[in-house]
Design a protein around this ligand. Sequence first.
Ligand SMILES: [Zn+2]
Length: 354
Amino acid sequence: MSELIPEDWFEMNPFALNQADKEIKMRQTLTSLHHHHLQHCEAYSNLFSDASMDSLEDFPYLAVRLFKYLTLQSIPQEQVFKILYSSGTTGQTPAKVILDQDTSRRQSKVLVKVLQDFIGKKRMPMLIIDHPGVLKSKDSYSARGAGIQGLSMFGRQPIYALNEDMSLNIEVVQAFAETHKNQPVLLFGFTFMVWQHFLQSLRKSENALNLNSGILLHSGGWKKLEAQKVSNEEFKRVCRKTLNIEKVHNFYGMAEQVGSIFVECEAGHLHAPIYADVVVRDPQTLKVIDNNNPGLLQVLSIVPGSYPGNSLLTEDLGSVLGVDDCLCGRKGKYFQVLGRLPKTEVRGCSDTQA
Ligand SMILES: [Zn+2]
């Protein structure tokens, strides 16, 4: 498996390659992976053929919702190392993602390489905006638990900000802020939890924290916040006011495609690292559309080897904002996510590229 995805991928700076060079390199690895899945995953070989791909946009993609209905794997059962379930909304079928040791190891490496580019290499005291019970399940991992576990590697002495009933543990949070006054600290949580159970609880109780050297990372979708009309700008404004934190980075990713982690830079743009990319398609025709026009996001990643998740069509809308020229200096594509495709427009689960 390892020779499929050469190790030199993980020795490079994740944002140093320009788009043209990155695409050449990604195309080579994605082509090997495509053949690997054709050989080892029956569901995949039933859908796709051995056609050659001249650009990243030519790679066939699976609809992300297929992971709710099918077990997609390209490894023998005895190599299954971990099964990841997406949390999903209550009552919905969770997506199921099969990882072997190699894929899991690459996922961790990529997470480290990408996040260190934004938060530095030093491990900081960490405040997790969740409750400790979320990690309890043993054999199967919820995406929420897995996310917290993954991010915990970047902090030290993790402290949980919430109680089991999602109420704010104000004593613990205030003690954390006091102990680490004027020091770099890392905060992590899922976007909605941070907003609802942390920022709003602090506001309601008229408490503010001074974490002026802190960094807040958050992820997990804006659906619930959109319903409350909370924009990314408003989110950041409340972080400044309530936490005194300037450095707030949203990131976009999904359980179904390990290795795709797109972090918001200092200029407010989500960036594709060298291991992953985005393509925007017209929701009706599925043709690739021009930059700055909104459409359905397709995500590509070289990380999954144990299952055919290298090219997925999401149900999220977004647009590419530019290539190689973001003010922050990172190369490659940068983009924004504009929310979910309205439910009525979601195409059927059998819908994949012909
Ligand atoms: Zn940038």
